[in-house]
Design a protein around this ligand. Sequence first.
Ligand SMILES: NC(=O)c1ccc[n+]([C@@H]2O[C@H](COP(=O)([O-])OP(=O)(O)OC[C@H]3O[C@@H](n4cnc5c(N)ncnc54)[C@H](O)[C@@H]3O)[C@@H](O)[C@H]2O)c1
Length: 345
Amino acid sequence: MGIGLGLIGCGSQGRYLSEAAAVTEAFELVACADVRAEAAKRAARECGYSEACGDPSELPARAEVEAVIVATTHGQLFPAALQALQAGKHALVEKPMALRAEEGRELVSAAKAAGVNLMVGYSLRFMPPRILLKRLLDAGAIGEVRQAMAGQCIGAMGGWLGDPAQGGGPLYYIGTHALDQILWVVGKPAERVSAEMNRAAPDGCETEATINIRFEGGALGQLVTSQTFGGRYGWLDVLGTGGRLRAQWESDVLTVQSTVVPEYANLTEISVPPTAYLPPAPASAQAKLSGFAYIRTWANELAEFAASIREGRPPSVTGEDGLRVLEVLDAAFESARTGAMVTVG
Ligand SMILES: NC(=O)c1ccc[n+]([C@@H]2O[C@H](COP(=O)([O-])OP(=O)(O)OC[C@H]3O[C@@H](n4cnc5c(N)ncnc54)[C@H](O)[C@@H]3O)[C@@H](O)[C@H]2O)c1
């Protein structure tokens, strides 16, 4: 029997994650819900949920739902996830998980109190070149990490993604991915932050943001995000005491140069095929996997969510990881507002 899965928020990402869940064959798609009834019906029809619930607040109470995916608009992630966790359901919550660290803390506590898993949708960690990058780091291939620079850019954001009241803006939407990448590779607590942000209107979402971070032990991080760059571009550069690593969004190439590993003494480009490091997909899922490229990445993420539930262990991306991103973001928004350096947490 697969893990009984419910979906809260049946927009584009909710449906992609459902497709990815089906690919893993680890879940049984029980029910889906959205504040827009037609979106829930569409997800049921297209993704194979047995039922579309009219009222999202009803879904977590269902006994046959053991785990949920929460993929609502940003401002609704926190209340929807909190309700599911308090009902004793494992939850994969899309990033940024909540809008403030205080809310993030509440989610982490609720998951602990209920004894369930809280995973956050930082899916870049499941992209094959980033998986190899982290493995090389952990193996000491570039020594100790001293600086990490990541960016994630996108075109102009409209609809709810352009509305600050709903958690719009590039920082929450894509900057959180890049920030999580920095925290992931540095692996130390962030101590203080300074940030600069530009806005088209004083009460609008940020158009461009740069955040500088100082970590315990002295490592430095820098995050860049933009919706005026005009296209999709993302990167992660890691500088260590013994070399450097670089991954770029939507590229299969990982760049490495190392004074530690003789094989990488010269600048080396490693091509990491999209199939690398993924759990084997059943033959029945091959057609889906050959479609939209990110389904592979999300299937990898969903496979980890399922495995963590089955094995009774924390997932590889935890609620605490999500909370650390929110703590830096809180500090960054304050720094951009006041012009001062802000202590994290
Ligand atoms: N990890 C990734 O790579 C990735 C990619 C894209 C989007 N996302 C994330 O996925 C989430 C959803 O984004 P999207 O692009 O699907 O947006 P979307 O607008 O397509 O879908 C959001 C859906 O949530 C519904 N909704 C809003 N409030 C709700 C509530 N209280 N209960 C139930 N449903 C509710 C809306 O009606 C809508 O159908 C966001 O957190 C976004 O950042 C992640």
